[in-house]
Design a protein around this ligand. Structure first.
Ligand SMILES: [Fe+2]
Length: 169
């Protein structure tokens, strides 16, 4: 899915495929191991990460891709690092991997297929819709919003409304 999105949006399909394959290397580690392995590597652990260690699988997976598979490509590592929470600064490759993770057919939620189709046509609109649905999910369950996701919202959900000039002014 990552490769398909990349082809549609001018990102490097080989990098997208590689990031897609390696993005969840640390996904099955329990919380205490995620915290310990990040601490050992001096991977920053913010307040949100401390309370929700599962999200650390993203930066730790990027580090493991380097250590175990000798991945040195900064763009690939960035896409792995940002695949869960997003970020205020995301390249097209970062977006492609983030969207593939959120919209892959194995996930089952209302509107998934429609949002995936939208993301195939328009990367920024796909980001807006996907981040918007994460936000709704979190708000409905009274779950906290990570600062990185808030920053991504600001980049994709707020600014484009002005930048895209959707109303033709
Ligand atoms: Fe993940």
């Amino acid at each position: 899915m990552s490769e398909t999105f990349a082809r549609a949006h001018g990102a490097d399909p080989r990098k997208a495929r590689l990031a897609g394959m390696l993005h969840d290397l640390a996904r099955l580690y329990p919380a205490h191991r995620l915290l310990r392995e990040c601490e050992e590597r001096a991977i920053p652990i913010g307040e949100f990460e401390r309370e929700n260690p599962i999200v650390l699988h993203a930066p730790l997976s990027a580090r493991l891709a380097e250590e175990l598979f000798d991945v040195r490509d900064a763009a690939v590592l960035s896409a792995i690092r940002k695949h869960t929470l997003g970020d205020g600064d995301m390249s097209p490759l970062d977006c492609v991997v983030y969207l593939a993770d959120a919209l892959e057919p194995g996930r089952d939620y209302d509107g998934r297929a429609e949002t995936a189709a939208l993301a195939m046509r328009d990367l920024r609109a796909g980001m807006r819709a996907t981040i918007g649905s994460s936000l709704r999910y979190l708000t409905q369950r009274h779950l906290p919003l990570a600062p990185q996701t808030a920053a991504a919202m600001n980049t994709f959900a707020l600014r484009p409304v002005q930048d895209d000039n959707e109303f033709g002014y």
